[in-house]
Design a protein around this ligand. Structure first.
Ligand code: DGI
Ligand code: FE
Ligand code: FE
Length: 206
């Protein structure tokens, strides 16, 4: 499918200012690059998903919660993790905005799980998750470390299998960083984040 990227970018830009939009372009580019390495037939679709992944990120928590109600997204009202809401609302918001031909199930799920990841996730979903973590505009120390770890090890791998092994190890490391930070900050760890780490720790391929 040919996407009208100019139209999609102009629309996304209405929801995002400055740094956020730069991050969006960075994720799209990174997802495209990872796509070329691991899923070349879907590289353009990964670019699209990068553009859409944070569409509702700048909405206030109240608006996120209202959207969850409107969309029938279930969550424990006494146990809200505000940082996760934009991934749960973003997929549905993007689908209503651009239509289900553009936001199909693959893109929908990749947006839904782009913050936490999940056990048994597809390679497409995992690429969007990792691209969000290591896009070149991220300056947070752990993101820089993860980006360097990934590309240093990719440089030294020859086969597709070896590269996939590096990808899987990088996923595990990302959860280690995230979970360590959440513990230090005394924040809740989402169940999907824990299950995703356990999954990538033992999976041989994806
Ligand atoms: O939206 P972005 O900032 O581009 O990136 P993101 O959607 O990956 O969100 C990152 C934030 O989400 C970061 O502050 C850590 C937080 N996060 C990720 N997994 C969990 C989490 N926060 C909590 N409380 N629990 C999680 O499991
Ligand atoms: Fe996000
Ligand atoms: Fe993001």
């Amino acid at each position: 499918m040919d996407y009208d990227f100019d139209f999609i970018k102009a629309t996304v830009q209405k929801f995002q200012k400055g740094k956020r939009y730069s991050h969006t372009l960075g994720v799209a580019k990174e997802a495209y690059e990872l796509g070329k390495l691991f899923l070349p037939e879907k590289a353009k679709k990964l670019y699209l998903c990068g553009l859409l992944h944070d569409i509702t990120k700048d909405f206030k928590t109240d608006k996120q919660l209202l959207l969850c109600k409107e969309y029938g997204i279930l969550f424990d009202e006494n146990n809200v993790i505000p940082k996760l809401l934009h991934s749960k609302t973003g997929c549905e918001y993007a689908k209503r905005l651009f239509g289900e031909e553009i936001v199909d199930n693959e893109i929908y799920n990749a947006i839904f799980y782009h913050t936490t990841a999940r056990a048994n996730m597809s390679l497409f979903e995992a690429i969007v998750y990792l691209a969000d973590y290591i896009e070149e505009g991220r300056t947070f120390e752990d993101c820089v470390k993860l980006r360097n770890y990934f590309y240093e090890n990719i440089k030294n791998s020859n086969s597709y299998e070896e590269k996939l092994g590096v990808f899987i190890k990088t996923m595990v490391l990302s959860f280690d960083y995230t979970i360590k930070n959440l513990i230090e900050e005394e924040k809740q760890i989402d169940y999907d984040t824990v299950c995703a780490r356990n999954y990538f720790l033992t999976c041989k391929t994806i």
